[in-house]
Write a protein that binds this ligand. Structure first.
Ligand SMILES: NC(=O)c1ccc[n+]([C@@H]2O[C@H](COP(=O)([O-])OP(=O)(O)OC[C@H]3O[C@@H](n4cnc5c(N)ncnc54)[C@H](OP(=O)(O)O)[C@@H]3O)[C@@H](O)[C@H]2O)c1
Length: 404
């Protein structure tokens, strides 16, 4: 793990870099914090010592990164989202654990939060150069657990995937920093469980999530029709606005979880599916609880039901008849495991989504930009993480790094 290899700068360099630069170059110092005295990079990271509630356990930690040598390169992060899995990881309930290390200069081991993001290569040792990396390259993480909520990091070649110039062309940092988890998850779930023909339906809950919006758009491009379930809003104007938003990106039908569980839903489903002649053969579930069971009831015999999240924190309850008489196939999907098993397919999937993004056929998920400058206080960043724990958000929180 890269963070194990981070070393702290000598005490003198660490303590004196900023003041030295400020004395020498006062105007530049006001714009940008000190860079690389003796080649050391100053970094800040949102870290935690113990698992727990994110606002209670996170803190902003400053440290130095040595000049890269051998197989190391130094990264400067550009954009890192706050995904539900990141929160679960800090809480200690996510299967992929981060690396706890003392190499960031603390007495007790700490871990850097965040799993997804895009970074720029700013310095390299010999091995990354031999592997074709150069300064200015953009890289995304090769797997979970790297720690992306930080300004800089030291990484090895195997920690990252380089976005070549063609992949990067016309792509913003936020687009690159959010491509590898949600769009890939939607893409694979639509492709890998059942072959849906053009005009066939899938149904999904959490339809306004990053994954849900990606599924709507990919499905549309591939000629599929979608039935999309969102949570009801007390504010009906906001609910209508959300329904319209999803229809604007390609959703055929958008209903609330209350409508899904209402008496007349089977008749409504018949209407949507041409009297049932267009069977619903795939369901994507990230919610569970009663709403997920109601969704499964709309599936055709021998359809596939894929669970990939647990937003309601409720169990998934399946009536035995669905297994015995309807022979519905229930699956789970975890993109991290899939990517580990299919690294080349992962790269192709990312390239394909970036290509659609470049062409304008795949739109960004609405996001809430959280500016992270060198001066940004830890409390500000942590309060933004806390905000993401509240439901009914307008957009995904994404750290966008400025002058760090
Ligand atoms: N298995 C995998 O490989 C994989 C990969 C990516 C994501 N995921 C999972 O997919 C899910 C969505 O992730 P994302 O990043 O796309 O999400 P996101 O953009 O952050 O959106 C969160 C979604 O969860 C819904 N939600 C929040 N609290 C809920 C609750 N108590 N009950 C029902 N729905 C609730 C939100 O609906 P409201 O707007 O109504 O609040 C929204 O649709 C998460 O569970 C995540 O862990 C899994």
């Amino acid at each position: 793990m890269a963070s194990k290899t981070l070393s702290t700068a000598p005490r003198l360099a660490r303590a004196s870099i900023r003041p030295l630069q400020c004395l020498r170059k006062a105007p530049a110092c006001a714009q940008r914090r000190a860079i690389s005295a003796y080649g050391y990079e100053q970094a800040k990271a949102l870290t935690f010592q113990d698992y727990g509630d994110p606002p209670a356990v996170l803190s902003l930690h400053g440290h130095s990164i040595s000049p890269p040598h051998g197989d190391l390169m130094t990264l400067r992060f550009l954009a890192s989202p706050i995904n539900p899995a990141d929160i679960n990881q800090i809480q200690g309930v996510y299967p992929s654990k981060p690396t706890f290390t003392t190499s960031l200069g603390t007495a007790k081991p700490i871990a850097v939060a965040g799993n997804e993001g895009v970074a720029e290569v700013i310095a390299l040792g010999s091995k990354p150069k031999e592997a074709g990396f150069k300064k200015g390259d953009w890289v995304i993480m090769n797997g979970p657990g790297f720690g992306t909520w930080r300004t800089h990091a030291s990484a090895r070649v195997e920690d990252v995937v380089r976005l070549d110039d063609a992949m990067r062309e016309g792509i913003s940092a936020v687009q690159a920093g959010t491509v590898s988890i949600n769009p890939c998850t939607a893409y694979r779930m639509l492709r890998d469980f059942v072959h849906l023909k053009e005009g066939e339906f899938f149904i999904q809950n959490g339809a306004n999530s990053g994954v849900g919006r990606a599924a709507i758009q990919l499905g549309k491009q591939w000629g599929l029709k979608s039935i999309n379930v969102i949570r009801s809003r007390d504010d009906t104007t906001a609910e209508d606005r959300l329904k319209k938003e999803l229809k604007d990106i390609g959703a055929d039908v958008v209903i609330t979880d209350a409508e899904l569980q209402s008496q007349g839903v089977k008749d409504m489903a018949k209407e949507w599916t041409n009297g049932g002649r267009a069977p619903i053969r795939l369901a994507l579930n990230c919610v569970n609880g009663k709403a997920a069971t109601a969704m499964a009831k709309l599936l055709a015999s021998e359809a596939h039901f894929v669970t990939y999240g647990a937003m309601s924190k409720q169990p998934l309850t399946i009536p035995a008849s669905m297994l015995i008489f309807k022979d519905i196939h229930f699956h789970g999907f975890w993109v991290s495991k899939w990517a580990q098993r299919h690294p080349e397919d992962k790269k192709k999937t990312v390239a394909d989504v970036l290509d659609m993004t470049r062409k304008g056929t795949f739109k960004d998920t609405p996001f809430d930009k959280i500016a992270w400058e060198w001066e940004t206080k830890g409390e500000e960043l942590i309060s933004k993480v806390k905000d993401t724990l509240e439901g009914y958000r307008e957009g995904k929180g994404v750290f966008v790094f400025g002058r760090t």
